[in-house]
Ligand binder design. Sequence first.
Ligand SMILES: *Cc1c(COP(=O)(O)O)cnc(C)c1O
Length: 358
Amino acid sequence: MARVLNFSAGPAALPEPVLQRAAEEMLDWHGSGMSVMEMSHRGKQFVEIASGAEQTLRELLQVPDNYRVLFLQGGASGMFSAAPMNLLRGASRADYVNTGAWSKKAIAEAKKYCDVNVAAASPQGELTIPAQAGWQLSDDAAYLHYTPNETISGVEFHWVPQVDAPLVVDMSSTILSRPINVSDYGLIYAGAQKNIGPAGITVVIVRDDLIGNALPQTPAVWDFKAQAEADSMLNTPPTYAWYIAGLVFEWIRDNGGLQAMGERNRRKADTLYRAIDTSDFYRNPVDPDCRSWMNVPFILANADLDKTFLSEAAEAGLHTLAGHRSVGGMRASIYNAMPQDGVDALVSFMQDFERRYG
Ligand SMILES: *Cc1c(COP(=O)(O)O)cnc(C)c1O
């Protein structure tokens, strides 16, 4: 068996020990005689798996008791609708910050439900985050939505906005990469397929007092209050994805928790940015103050070499390095499951490629 180094932005690499354990437990989970995939979601065994996953996640993120943790479907894109549906609470306006492609999609969806005030936007063509001093906040916004990490362009907030309205954040590509203070936020949501587990499950962490006032047309499966009361089992949840997410949470806990993840991730990102910055052959187009620890785009000085770079990288066992189809170039996604060794191997390959073609 030869596993490659997978730099995919998502669905992304999972920790190998998690996959091994899932393989061992595949046919017979803990003597149950069945796979987790085959269990009733209402049975004692799956309920134990589900609540265990929630408990481990709560411990990792130190989620305060007045927050509900939900495991839903629909991905982060579903939450682009569910956020306004649940959090407008009688208001008709919400503030949004636009720092890239995912912000734009969240804004487009929110416009179906409310008056969206784009409080700030990155200037056209600039990969940066506008300073909060210049934001045009509205007085009557139900919440402020922003994207802490723009997965496509690699633009990341290294600060938390200070506003009166509750913060609503799409943490799909940065959750669990380092410690956060959950109480800074009203609503955190994240599609699982970057840093949590397999595609198909969406983690929602929401402050208790913000739910219970959803728009009347809200689908029941996206009504946060209804799902909280049903322990996220208003309908059949994605049981296997939930189970794997639980194994990932345990893997993080057993490897030092979010503090250790943060240190590892910072070191990995530093290694890669240093290699890019000390070369004239590669370039990262993002404002250095907003560089993502998770998604590192880079451009070759000569774009004619892109195809050769990608094919030789794949031969060297380094996969899925093409930038998003909307931006081109390269992108290395280095979530929790990518070890330092993987980043070191990428840097060695890049240096060797530059020696041969630079
Ligand atoms: C991947 C991603 C999404 C889309 O997630 P889906 O689960 O496919 O809907 C949204 N926002 C961000 C920041 C992402 O990285």
